[in-house]
Design a protein around this ligand. Structure first.
Ligand code: NDP
Ligand code: GUE
Length: 306
């Protein structure tokens, strides 16, 4: 098999952001206000930090107003719920994202269900989960990572996945389950695998579309990949990279890797997303797209389709 096509998530994301930017200008001309995105961060989870910086930068690039609430790790659940309720009531805010995971003493589900479903640009509220799972895609906010992953699948295979076998490794509410819903809605035959799956390798080798959302660095080696498969690597894992030398504090420098062993998998796959530069940038682009859509809804304006 020839070397796989590298699916350039960064380039596709840049295209989406250009569209969001143009549409934001039109909306501003019409209503005089810009879409508003509020990000709430509690404590300092290192995995979350990667995401937060580029989000604010991209929101600004799109012409949004972007506000950030940084609360310390000891913040009470009640205080956080009040922040969310205030954002719900603020007409300048179209999208609310509460960065996950939250500290252990806070009930994550309760916080998510407090977000106004019409400002739930993460798509985690039960109302949006229900819309997605009943196929009411036009009304739903779809979670950003699966939505972005799906656009990358479409780049290669088009809109209709009839006859394709899709395997998703991972069953989280944030990635695995909504990804399954989207693939199903596009007519793929869907299998969700997880830590209790027997003979994962054989299951994955049946996949025309293989989505890795496991959180284990380079776990899916070449042996998990069918010849000609489309491989979407959602994983973001920071591992030590002694070959890059040491940081100032004497510990090894790090690098990002996915859940797929890229070098091995790309010898078998027809197309594969890299890490970084694959799904990650798409997640941020879809957050902007969802926020724009929310603002368009309020203004009674048409939002672009992605
Ligand atoms: N690119 C992006 O924008 C984003 C990337 N991510 C990344 O995606 C990955 C997954 O995230 P998330 O879904 O939140 O992770 P979770 O930890 O919530 O879920 C991981 C899933 O993988 C399954 N799993 C774990 N180990 C194995 C194994 N050995 N064999 C088979 N299945 C296994 C778990 O199974 P079980 O349910 O049985 O425990 C679980 O369903 C992470 O690397 C995360 O950093 C996440 C969000 C956004
Ligand atoms: N409420 C909530 N919504 C989320 O969507 C959410 C969250 N919480 N918590 C954390 C995870 C993780 N996540 C990432 C998004 C983009 C990159 C990203 O842009 N990655 C770049 C790499 C950046 C770098 O180089 O460090 C890339 O893959 O190219 C990474 C991780 C969103 N998450």
């Amino acid at each position: 098999m020839a070397e796989a096509k590298r699916i350039d998530g960064k380039a596709v994301a840049a295209r989406i952001i250009e569209t969001v930017k143009a549409s934001t200008e039109t909306l501003k001309a019409k209503t005089g206000t810009a879409p508003g995105l509020a990000v709430v961060i509690v404590g300092e989870d290192p995995a979350s930090q990667v995401y937060v910086g580029s989000k604010a930068k991209t929101a600004k690039e799109c012409g949004f107003t972007s506000i950030k609430h940084e609360l310390d790790a000891e913040t009470s659940e009640e205080t956080l719920l009040k922040v969310v309720r205030d954002l719900n009531a603020d007409p300048a805010v179209n999208g609310i994202l509460v960065q996950l995971p939250l500290p252990k003493h806070i009930d994550e589900a309760k916080v998510i269900q407090t977000i106004d479903p019409d400002k739930d640009v993460d798509g985690f509220h039960l109302i949006n989960v229900g819309r997605l799972s009943t196929g009411a895609l036009a009304e739903a906010f779809v979670p950003c990572t699966p939505a972005g992953s799906m656009l990358l699948v479409r780049e290669v295979l088009g809109d209709d996945l009839s006859g394709k076998n899709a395997v998703i490794v991972g069953r989280s509410n944030i990635v695995g389950k909504p990804m399954a819903q989207l693939l199903l809605a596009a007519n793929a035959t869907v299998t969700i695998a997880h830590s209790r799956t027997r003979d994962l390798q054989a299951v994955c080798r049946g996949a025309d579309i293989l989505v890795a959302a496991v959180g284990r660095p380079e776990m899916l080696t070449g042996d998990y990949v069918k010849d000609g498969a489309v491989v979407i690597d959602v994983g973001i894992n920071r591992i030590e990279a002694p070959e890059k030398g040491l940081k100032e504090d004497g510990t090894p420098k790090t690098r990002l890797v996915g859940d797929v062993n890229y070098a091995e998998a790309s010898e078998k796959a027809a197309a594969i997303t890299p890490v970084p530069g694959g799904v990650g940038p798409m997640t941020i682009a879809m957050l902007m797209a969802n926020t724009l859509r929310s603002a368009c809804r309020v203004a009674g304006a048409e939002a672009p389709k992605f």
